[in-house]
Write a protein that binds this ligand. Sequence first.
Ligand SMILES: *Cc1c(COP(=O)(O)O)cnc(C)c1O
Length: 510
Amino acid sequence: MRMRRFRQADWDEPLIFELGWEGRAGFSVPAVEPEVRDEVGEVEELIPINILREEPPRLPEVSEVEVLRHYIHLSQMNYGVNSSGIYPLGSCTMKYNPVINEVLASNPALTEIHPDQDEATIQGILELLYRLKIWLQELTGMEDGSLEPAAGAQGEFLGNLIMRAYHADRGELERRREVIIPDSAHGTNPASAAMAGFKVVEVPSGEDGCVDLEALKSVVGEGTAGLMLTNPNTLGIFESRISEIAEIVHRAGGLMYYDGANLNALMGRCRPGDMGFDIVHLNLHKTFSTPHGGGGPGSGPVLVKAFLSDYLPVPVVVYRDGLYRLSYDRPKTVGKVHGYYGNISPILKAYAYILSMGGEGLREASEIAVLNSNYLAQRLKDVRGLSLPYAPGVPRKHEFVLSASKMAEETGVRALHIAKRLLDYGIHAPTIYFPLIVPEALMIEPTETEPLEALDRLVEAFEEISSLAYSKPEEVQSSPRNTTVGRLDDVKASHPRTMCLSYRMLRKTR
Ligand SMILES: *Cc1c(COP(=O)(O)O)cnc(C)c1O
């Protein structure tokens, strides 16, 4: 074979590979037997001329061991809750990922079936979907539901479509155009309501961090389609006047929507259904332990009270005559929101998680999550330059929000700098600048699985960062230093024109 080896000196552009040496290879191909060659000719002659390369591909020449080491090293450069440590993002519930979930979710008996198969041949998965829905209803105090939505945001959208369908059915959609949302809400809430065609009306939070009741009364009325609320809210504070809020909204003919992203704070202890909510979404990937750092796949089931059952998406898993079946018999359905029955893998993981924890276990998990969060909140609020705005004396639930505005004023070190400096300690950054009602916000949710030492380590890191901020602020501002890549340009990093998705693009942008 006349294979020409690629020579690095041939590059007329700068080298972009750091590994590789001419002549090194990770494979060996046996020489073509002379008899075979005589019969079929040179390899080059076998390949159609129009697809024959004139030059070898510009790839690094590396041995097998080098390739293996390279990729395994890359895979380990990630920060992971199962490999590195605490992942204190607030409003995200980055739980640990139990191995038993992966065992169930990768079982070929479940992964190798197809949703188009005959119902009689997929009784197992149908039973599992049927049971999970009942468990979720039980946990939330609701009476029916759908596992179709692929994320919390899509659940919100579906919930808003259900509100529309309900009001339309009663001939009131014309005037009920408004969905009320507190200013502490997650951004997906107003986005979902707007996408469903509603006008968003913002209601402010009071000094206690809860919905301002007087302000609520002043916006609730004939035009109200519903209220979307997160409880505990994004400050980690339980809306203690929730029954009154529900009464105000219901009396005006509106529906109560529960954003269940924070269910980790109260599962097994109290239920949105009992608080007066009519529609609930859950984020299975948050509360029920599916890894979701890379963006998915998620699952955002929607649960409803019985009077909204008719509007749920189809199909519904029903149990009839000894068989689980997919029923499309729902004339008033809002339609499908996802292909087939939703994202199955997070659904399987939630099933395994709930089954392995049991009712008592779920309740205990949320208690410890709340305990961990209050321990951290109490210790961190006293760190110089930090504070716990909104009712500092009121216990938080599973998460809390600090403000670094004092430190920013006194030293120029902002929440962003603190988050970046934490990376130098090998600690994942918390959520920053959310919720919008807290200036220089640092939002922290430790979850139930972090031991005391991990919490103390986080406190120590914050204390050291604070004292550095007051002595050498530039050092904090120019962090991180110990990470593989330094400070990224946030805008460029996510801009399609500058994002490099392959080595070819990298060469162009250099
Ligand atoms: C995460 C979150 C959402 C959105 O859920 P996704 O599953 O990410 O679409 C909505 N509200 C709150 C409070 C959240 O934390």
